[in-house]
Write a protein that binds this ligand. Sequence first.
Ligand code: SF4
Length: 692
Amino acid sequence: MPRSPEATATHCPYCALQCGMNLRPAPAGDAVTVEERTGFPVNRGALCGKGRTAPAVLSSRVRLTEPLIRTHAGGPLVPATWEEALDAVAAGLARTRRAHGPDAVAVFGGGGLTNEKAYALGKFARVALGTSQIDYNGRFCMSSAAAAHQKAFGLDRGLPFPLEDIPRTGCVVLVGSNPAETMPPFVRYLTELKANGGTLIVVDPRRTRTAELADLHLAPRPGTDLALALGLLHLVVAEGRTDEEFIAERTTGWEDARAAAMAHWPELVERITGIALPELRRAVELFCAPTAAMVLTARGPEQQSKGTDTVGAWINLCLATGRAGRPYSGYGCLTGQGNGQGGREHGQKADQLPGYRKLTDPAARAHVARVWGVDPQSLPGPGRSAYELLDALGGDVKALLLMGSNPVVSAPRAAHVEDRIRSLDFLAVADVVLSETAALADVVLPVTQWAEETGTTTNLEGRVLLRRRALTPPPGVRGDLDVLHGLAARLGVEKGFPTDPEQVFAELRRASAGGPADYSGISYARIEAEQGVFWPCPEGSPGQPRLFLDRFATDDGRARFTPVSHRDAAEVPDADYPLLLTTGRVVAQYQSGAQTRRVPELNAAAPGPFVELHPRLAARLGVTEGTPLAVTSRRGRAVAPARVTDAVRADTVFMPFHWYGEGRANTLTNPALDPVSRMPEFKVCAVRVEPA
Ligand code: SF4
């Protein structure tokens, strides 16, 4: 395999931290070796085990290196040429469109796709297929935080400040986030915070590795983070700790939000959350004592059927105490997937156009249509959200093109989603390995991996980064942009789908110009010269690492409080399902595990699922460490060995969700949706646990 002679500066393929690394051609065996890239400010050379071992998938024997086609229903996938495979995909999509209309064809993307791919995929769906049915797995990641951010501040960027601000604040409240396992190099920011005299509060039903670093760990009952935030705000008001000047000058809607919070008495909040009043008071004291503080949320509060309101409640707490739009203060979301942020900015989402524009906004449609050279009237309207789209497969949606996602493992109510996928007339999957979803496809397209292609991603700070191609891909694989180019041509759209990522980025810049996520001033050269560029970045701008310091992005420049009230999770324990299940990740695996389960070192470290339960619950069930447990919800059953630990609440069990087979945690999870963000309630459902 031809290799570049020099080390190439690039970024990890996995999570939203997008750690910098250098890739150097390896002498033998692996395609490249990973070296530290100490000059990149986000991780300063540090990498977790996933990043260090990422090259293993490049040279893995199990990666796909030739297209596969299923020639007849129920038959095996057999090798095919690229021409045959692309012809088959185009024919499958066109046939469905002809028979049932454009919305019978759907596209499902991924939060790991580069900005260029996300942009091209959105354009492909709307221009080449003419379908409204496109969404992506990032909907499962940050959509509640995005909706709340948008509502409160008028603009959604995961973190409205750079990571380097975290150690300079006085207190960080981490809500439902476990970076010690999900993004270990991030922990440095927390240890520096503490070294500088700052404090850390972790809100998590489990005493995670991150919680062990905290000055205060609050372990609410899963699904009650909203009540917790309301209780803290109640105490803030009762103790006279609000910042009246900030509220008057920079916000609107305080009176209603205040009234809603005052209806949540601390005693009520104690009862709902299971957190004692002295701990609530201590949290308020830690948060309010310094002049600056931050609240950072992740999937815990966001993946709930009230995720938007829950994040809104934490934002209210920031606003009421003047901890937003000021140096070293504010609310931020720790995005999960590598390009979850950029993926939602450039048109993969059902309701959005490039530049984070609304698909329903006539001016946005006209602008993007002009860039695309099409009639604005021809652009479809908003489609279904991710789960609703997956749930519609086999119904009015009959064909699916899926790129960079493995919903058979990662979607809620996963066995049902698998059934829906199996009932499709036609499924095409572009992926690097034969994931559990790809194995169901009629056509599998083997595509290039991160180190074999150039493209941009946008990390959790809103910093646009460049991954440079470091080695030549195997001859049998092609890039996703080549796939879209080939399919569009076969569908009769000869122009508009270039295969050169820099050309796609140039078009993305034009399409985003003037929008909320304006990339028009960003170029590959600038990204390389400046170690990334923060959006919004109109032509001529230096980029904006810190947002909202002068004004918020709302029409009147003021942040908006949202009056919110506690409500129960969609499922609460009862006689049949007396326990709560919450799910999450382990340090050695990433998302659906499609890549990391194929890395021997990671697989050895985390070979399979488990059920974490409290010793009191274990004693009640008569089980010990390692006993196979059956966990049953209203949607299905999963079996995995017991892991007995007092790190989890006695009314709650925890399962990681990276695996397929009998231990597939998402078989159990609840697809009840948040009414605004359409986020499913991954983080809490009612279950029964018994020895298997
Ligand atoms: Fe990769 Fe995230 Fe690990 Fe950094 S923290 S090396 S980006 S997986």
